[in-house]
Design a protein around this ligand. Structure first.
Ligand code: BTN
Length: 223
């Protein structure tokens, strides 16, 4: 496990992609501010300076790359588990990889790369930000807004990185991911639109696909 920190960078995902050849498996990169933070679907990820956790890590190990389907949902469930241990209530995971607290989005995850060589997993987790001025598609929240307490970002970050590293490498990672997700499923029973399909979410299957009515969907954006 390696760790690099920047005061400012374009995007921690972009940094790892640019340096994917030379960096080791499980290199974590964090920053105080991204001037080109990326969200899914080519959106911008807004996060104020010094108030949030913005990081990415790179996976290069073959055995883990083969588990790529669980890495997305698995990282989100680990962030959610960590937030529960931290004391937050009503933490839910929204397929494929958002974390919600009390119905508001607290964390978004962006996976990039190529299963044959590397995957970059980027996590944006709102910690101390209390004012969200930009226009958001879904209402955001942060740890401070949920707990009324300020987070020690460095301490939180160090513990979360170790937590992610430890659990992703466990044999039971996929089994634990499915179990936790099923107990914290934000979408179950909801009416959704995904890739033009309307239906009711029936949970996820053992291959981490979303079940909408009776169809298994393996990727896409749920609205
Ligand atoms: C989303 O919900 O749209 C995904 C957001 C992912 C944001 C994180 S912040 C750290 C990493 N670097 C980026 O440019 N994006 C991810």
């Amino acid at each position: 496990m390696n760790y690099i920190h920047f005061k400012e960078i374009d995007s921690t995902n972009s940094y790892l992609k640019r340096n994917s050849e030379s960096l080791e498996n499980f290199t974590f990169v964090s920053t105080d501010y991204q001037n080109k933070g990326k969200g899914r679907e080519n959106r911008i990820w807004y996060a104020t300076k010094n108030e949030n956790l913005l990081f990415s890590f790179i996976i290069k190990e073959k055995g883990l790359l083969e588990k790529y389907k669980s890495l997305s949902i698995g990282t989100a469930t680990l962030v959610a588990r960590f937030l529960e241990i931290y004391g937050l209530k009503n933490v839910m995971v929204k397929w494929p990889n958002d974390v919600y607290v009390n119905g508001k989005k607290i964390c978004g995850i962006l996976l990039e790369g190529n299963v044959s060589s590397y995957i970059v997993i980027g996590v944006g987790l709102n910690l101390n930000q209390i004012v969200f001025e930009d226009s958001y598609r879904v209402t955001p929240t942060s740890v401070t807004l949920e707990t009324n307490k300020k987070v020690d970002i460095d301490d939180f970050k160090e513990k979360l990185f170790i937590f992610l590293y430890k659990h992703i490498n466990q044999k039971l990672f996929e089994k634990n991911t499915l179990k936790f997700y099923k107990e914290h499923d934000y979408l179950i029973g909801k009416k959704v639109t995904i890739d033009g399909i309307n239906g009711i979410v029936n949970g996820i299957d053992d291959d981490f696909n979303l079940i909408v009515d009776n169809k298994a969907i393996n990727s896409g954006e749920v609205n």
